[in-house]
Design a protein around this ligand. Structure first.
Ligand code: UDP
Length: 358
């Protein structure tokens, strides 16, 4: 990382760092992590505009902004429309969440991933250049690392992705890096481990179609929507034989985005870092914790391994803490499950069961 390691003191709930002066464009702000970040920005007094094509996002998750006229239903494919949003809204910075994110789908249909993740990001960066908007915080992924060569995985772990999804995320990082070197662009690449949980204050949560992630699927079993959770392999080289992941609360992710944006706005040029807790839980441990939290039996059945699953993915990153002053404050596994369960219980059919349809 070549950025000046200027510490940002942004204690959540009492942000002391100057917040961005002017609108922040949150691209993909109606999605899972985007909508949580939008709410946090809004609550911190940042002016937010959401750009989302609603291909996977939910209008209900940004209902307040929509009512205030701060939502642009626009696709990044439409360069003219994106330029128009920049011209009208004059954002001082961008947080970019919009991407396709299914590893399996990316193997079957890489064209979609290169088009939507890579070329649409190129459109966004070009629109930023045209509008002289400099700062972009980007949702990257630990999938850019590929199979771990060390555990825990540091911020400087070699990046050798094993799926088209991971490769497109790395291309996006590289594009931003090249633009930052050549043009007046500053960027933060935040490499998430396993995003999970739901808003502490309720009303927002994870609602993917199809759902493939472990925690929401486990909670669907607790809800009675599925009969059992399938455990993809119990013959890994881990203590109980099931895969270990580093689950990070979506509210902690949102906090990191605000810090990263403030870091760039205060003049720093680039940062790339992990967002994880440094602690991993096995699939079996997650299921057991979900049984405790939900008080439901949650039947589980062991099946074969899922292709491409490394046995362990655990963050050993320190840059987010050292440079951004960020720590994961809500990411104890039981807290993640409690908050996700609250969302699932309130909205059993996801946002489709939300009462606020306006
Ligand atoms: N997993 C599982 N059963 C499921 C879904 C996931 O055993 O129905 C496992 C998966 O193999 C991985 C872990 O749970 O080891 C986390 O998977 P998820 O898809 O949530 O996130 P990933 O780590 O793939 O990003």
């Amino acid at each position: 990382m070549s950025a000046e390691n200027k510490a940002v003191d942004l204690q959540a709930g009492g942000n002391k760092e100057p917040i961005p002066q002017g609108p922040v464009l949150v691209v993909g702000g109606a999605g899972y992590i985007g909508s949580h970040t939008v709410r946090q920005l809004d609550q911190a007094g940042v002016e937010v505009v959401v750009l989302d094509d609603l291909s996977t996002g939910h209008r209900e998750s940004i209902a307040d902004l929509d009512k205030r006229g701060a939502f642009e239903e626009v696709s990044l494919a439409d360069r003219t429309a994106v330029d128009d949003v920049f011209a009208r809204r004059k954002p001082v910075g961008v947080i970019h969440f919009a991407a396709k994110c299914y590893v399996g789908e990316s193997v079957e249909n890489p064209s979609k991933y290169y088009r939507e993740n890579v070329t649409y990001t190129w459109n966004l960066l070009e629109a930023m250049r045209t509008a002289h908007c400099r700062d972009i915080v980007f949702s990257s992924s630990c999938a850019t690392y590929g199979n771990p060569v060390e555990i825990p995985m540091t911020d400087n772990h070699p990046q050798d992705p094993i799926s088209p999804y991971g490769r497109t995320k790395l291309h996006m990082e590289h594009m931003m890096d090249d633009y930052a070197r050549a043009y007046d662009i500053r960027f933060a690449a935040l490499r998430y481990f396993n995003a999970a949980g739901a808003a502490l204050a309720g009303g927002l949560g994870e609602d993917h179609h199809p759902e493939t992630h472990l925690i929401p699927l486990i909670l669907q079993v607790a809800q009675g929507k599925r009969e059992e959770i399938l455990i993809f392999g119990d013959d890994y080289d881990t203590p109980d034989g099931t895969c270990i992941r580093d689950y990070i609360h979506v509210e902690d992710l949102g906090d990191a985005h605000l810090r990263a944006l403030s870091f760039l706005q205060s003049g720093s040029e680039r940062i790339a870092c992990n967002l994880g807790t440094g602690h991993g839980y096995s699939v079996q441990e997650v299921i057991q914790a979900a049984r405790d939290v939900t008080q439901h039996a949650i039947p589980a059945r062991i099946v074969g391994r899922r292709a491409g699953d490394p046995p362990r993915l655990v963050s050993g990153g320190t840059i987010a803490t050292e440079v951004l002053g960020w720590t994961a404050r809500h990411s104890q596994l039981r807290d993640i499950l409690r908050d996700a369960w609250a969302f699932h219980s309130k909205f059993p059919a996801g946002y489709a069961s939300s009462t606020d349809k306006s």
